[in-house]
Design a protein around this ligand. Structure first.
Ligand code: DQA
Length: 149
């Protein structure tokens, strides 16, 4: 089973980007931890980070062809991208949305997620651990759906 892990804009700067909000772990460290959990779960990851909306849309579409699910932190595009939301809805893969910070406890403009209605659920505010729990939750859902379907 293959899962797409998609990191949106500015997440390549993790570690030095507003550490008081996003912590000190780099994206490389987060990806390493994700890879360890994936090995434990017996799933393969394709991990992509992009600062470009269209590239994120392309990756979601590509996942529709060869992945069983998507773990996504759309970052700022969470709040603005109809295109990304539509792509997630179009491919119809099970997806989990992750945010390092609690977007509901921050500025008003971050409280609205355009992508939340088209994913299984959202994990927000637990730092990098949210990715690891998100991956576990996603794989569990995919396996349950497989067992019942
Ligand atoms: C974020 C929250 C977004 O509002 C912000 O634009 C990000 C990161 C998070 O992980 O907390 O870039 O998605």
């Amino acid at each position: 089973m293959k899962v797409l892990v998609l990191h949106g804009p500015n997440l390549n700067l993790l570690g030095r980007r507003e550490p008081e909000v996003y912590g000190r772990k780099t994206l490389i460290e987060i990806n390493r931890e994700l890879t360890e959990v994936a090995e434990e779960l017996g799933v393969e990851l394709r991990i992509v980070q992009s600062n470009h909306e269209g590239e994120l849309v392309d990756e979601v579409q590509k996942a529709g062809e060869d992945c069983a699910g998507i773990l996504i932190n759309p970052a700022a595009y969470t709040h603005t991208s109809v295109a990304l939301r539509d792509a997630l809805a179009a491919v119809g893969l099970p997806a989990v949305e992750v945010h390092l910070s609690n977007i509901h406890a921050r500025e008003e403009f971050r409280r609205k997620s355009l992508t939340a209605p088209v994913v299984l659920g959202q994990i927000s505010g637990f730092g990098p651990d949210g990715y690891l729990w998100g991956l576990r939750a996603l794989v569990k859902k995919i396996r349950e759906a497989g067992a019942n379907g």
